[in-house]
Ligand binder design. Structure first.
Ligand code: ATP
Length: 638
């Protein structure tokens, strides 16, 4: 582990298969050596060779640098810091300065690599025809593929321009009065301050972990803005007069958008009345006027908001020449937004519109390149002009032990994490993977849970099966391997089949059976299904129907992109929560084992979290950052 917490190991792939698709047949020189060593894939090598050949670049170290830049993007970084690598015996040793986010130098037991001399390496790339032709860019001491450099600069330019613009006009007396009504007293002080700060700005990043009251704050903020708008346009005539505030609510995935809409609508509902209802649900103090002004709010995916263009994942109908019409744009789960999508969003939002980016910067970043939310928090936070509003108070978790564990993970304090996991609190528990009895007990518990879900599903009790299935989540770092989601899915299915005296799941030739919990893995707008939706297959007479959380049900034959959900990856669990969560940690050498992964996993639990892993794996997870190389935070501060 390097001093900045970056993983010191250079992640490599390995295979005995001479025909493995990652092998770059015909590669020579340094590219060959790094491909043979499992650092570069055939795709990395191919791009470097083709672009270098086109411009006649023959310097092997430059070709290697381009391949490493391609590799970096493949691994989620936006650029690469060549100083993180280095000549053998120089920067290549563990503990040498590693760039933020860049994969670090090799582990001591890996064969040494023929690294070029790091001195002047970036300068050689910068002087090459590849840089002259803008194939790559050397900037901030980092090497970028041109597209990502341009996108990073675009994001910086748009944000800096937004921050430099005049603040929106507000009626301060009305705003203060509204905030005191919506967020009254001490219990709402943090959210009141955040909503007030956000209302007075064009651009705000609103951060907070799960249950910190972000969505509730957004609902109250929208009521404040709608009140301001109504006041400003009272008695106005003409096309704008009387037009309600145009609000866009969006999230990167369909599931997150549906949750955002639900949460905002729920927050706006009148508090329950009747005996015993008082004090059960805390809601901002909305009036009927607020509810009327915000009636019919809908959330959509960011792609849908921007107007997806068939055949392109990076171009949208709304762009700088056709801006979004909205006065307020709220984006939830911003941690899942890639650099490319953020660049497209920022160019499409009208400069005078309010933009509120909501999310938890400690969670895993987007599947695609970039760690935009974390960069915005670091970069804008350092400017100290109030663009970042943070919520810290946990309003949801039913266990202070879980809150404490999550805080210790967040702080990177492995000692405190291990102490929390072994303190004997029933809400938080550590199971050693070599403890055969404990692992068997876990397997039995999972099988009992799956059997009970199946019993309800066979009896046609869709609500009961859904409710029970959603109470527990088994989260894995990996998809494959002994501690991967696929293997645990098979294991639970085998136990289920044994108990039912039959074969269930893939081994039976059909994945469908009553009690199969499912995870939707792609949006299907025609069916109204979203990536991340969860459900259970229920027997209805002789047929099987998948009942999806939220009410819809479908004949199983209609569903295409679904996976079995006895276990799931932590990545796919983002945005959801369950009463109990079991986290299976891989051993401490797994490159996926990071603080962000562990934090995301434990914060999915509301009441109880059980971590299966060695103390070494826990410590490695807490200490290792999933940093992604990017220059955005620095660009925003300079
Ligand atoms: N000030 C408060 N006092 C009491 N309860 C609150 C307060 N603020 C929010 N809550 C309640 O806490 C729960 C979580 O709030 P909310 O959904 O706004 O959090 P969140 O940060 O958006 O969570 P997530 O990111 O997990 O969706 C909700 O049930 C909400 O009603």
């Amino acid at each position: 582990m390097t001093t900045d917490g970056t993983d010191p190991r250079l992640e490599r792939w390995a295979t005995d298969d001479p025909h493995d698709a990652r092998r770059a047949l015909g590669a020579t020189g340094l590219l060959r050596a790094f491909n043979d060593a499992g650092v570069l894939t055939a795709a990395d090598v191919h791009v470097a060779r083709r672009t270098a050949d086109v411009v006649g670049e023959t310097d092997e170290s430059v070709r290697l640098a381009v391949a490493l830049a391609v590799r970096a993007v493949r691994q989620g970084s936006v650029c690469v810091d060549l100083t993180a690598f280095g000549a053998a015996g120089e920067a290549g040793r563990p503990g040498a300065p590693a760039a933020s986010g860049a994969p670090g130098p090799e582990a001591p037991d890996d064969p040494p690599l023929p690294w070029p001399d790091p001195d002047g390496w970036l300068e050689r790339v910068a002087a090459s025809p590849l840089a002259e032709r803008s194939v790559v860019r050397a900037d901030l001491g980092l090497l970028y593929l041109d597209r990502y450099w341009r996108e990073e600069c675009q994001v910086r330019d748009h944000l800096v321009a937004r921050l430099a613009g005049l603040p929106p006009a507000v009626d301060d007396t009305l705003l203060e009065r509204g905030a005191a009504r919506l967020f009254p007293g001490d219990a709402w002080a943090e959210q009141r301050a955040a909503a007030l700060a956000t209302a007075r700005r064009r651009t705000t990043v609103l951060t907070g972990g799960p249950g910190r009251g972000k969505t509730t704050t957004v609902a109250g903020l929208l009521a404040l803005l709608a009140e301001q708008h109504a006041e400003q346009h009272a008695g106005a005539r003409g096309p704008a007069g009387g037009q309600p505030l145009r609000i866009a609510l969006a999230a990167p995935t369909g599931k997150a958008a549906a949750r955002l809409q639900d949460a905002v609508v729920r927050a706006l509902e009148p508090p329950p009345s009747g005996p015993g209802a008082a004090g059960t649900v805390a809601r901002p103090g909305f009036t009927d006027d607020d509810r009327h002004r915000l009636a019919g709010l809908r959330a959509s995916t960011l792609h849908r908001l921007l107007g997806a263009v068939p055949g392109s994942s990076t171009r949208f109908r709304h762009d700088r020449s056709n801006r979004l019409p909205h006065d307020v744009v709220v984006v939830d789960e911003t941690s899942m937004v890639s650099l490319t999508l953020m660049a497209r969003l920022l160019e499409a939002v009208r400069p005078e519109a309010r933009l509120v980016l909501v999310g938890d910067p400690d969670q895993l970043a987007s599947v695609e390149a970039g760690a935009v939310l974390a960069d915005l928090v670091a970069g804008l936070g350092a400017r100290d002009d109030g663009a970042v509003a943070a919520l810290h108070t946990d309003h949801r978790s039913e266990s202070t032990a879980i809150t404490g564990l999550a805080a210790a993970v967040q702080a990177g304090d492995d000692g405190a994490v291990l102490a929390a996991l072994t303190a004997g609190d029933t809400a938080v528990e550590l199971v050693h993977p070599d403890d055969a009895d404990a692992v068997t007990a876990l397997q039995d518990e999972l099988a009992r849970h799956a059997l009970e879900v199946r019993r309800l599903a066979l009896a046609g009790d869709a609500d009961g099966a859904l409710e029970l299935a959603g109470r527990h989540r088994l989260l894995c770092a990996h998809r494959e391997g002994p501690w991967g989601a696929a293997s645990w899915n098979r294991q639970v299915e085998r136990r289920l089949g044994e108990a039912a005296g039959t074969v269930l799941g893939a081994a039976a030739g059909t994945p469908w059976y009553a009690g199969r919990p499912v995870l939707v893995t792609a949006n299907d707008y025609a069916l109204g299904l979203f990536n991340g939706d969860t459900g259970v297959v229920v027997a209805e007479g002789d047929t099987l129907r998948a009942h999806i959380e939220g009410g819809a049900s479908y004949a199983v034959a209609r569903l295409g992109d679904v996976e079995t959900l006895h276990a799931m990856t932590v990545h796919k669990s983002q945005g959801g929560q369950a009463e109990t969560v079991t986290v299976l940690l891989p051993d401490e050498t797994s490159p996926l084992l990071t603080r962000e992964l562990f934090y995301t996993a434990v914060t999915r639990a509301r009441r109880r979290v059980r971590v299966v892993g060695t103390p070494e794996a826990v410590a490695a997870a807490v200490r290792r950052r999933a940093r992604r190389a990017s220059g955005l935070a620095r660009r925003l501060t300079s």
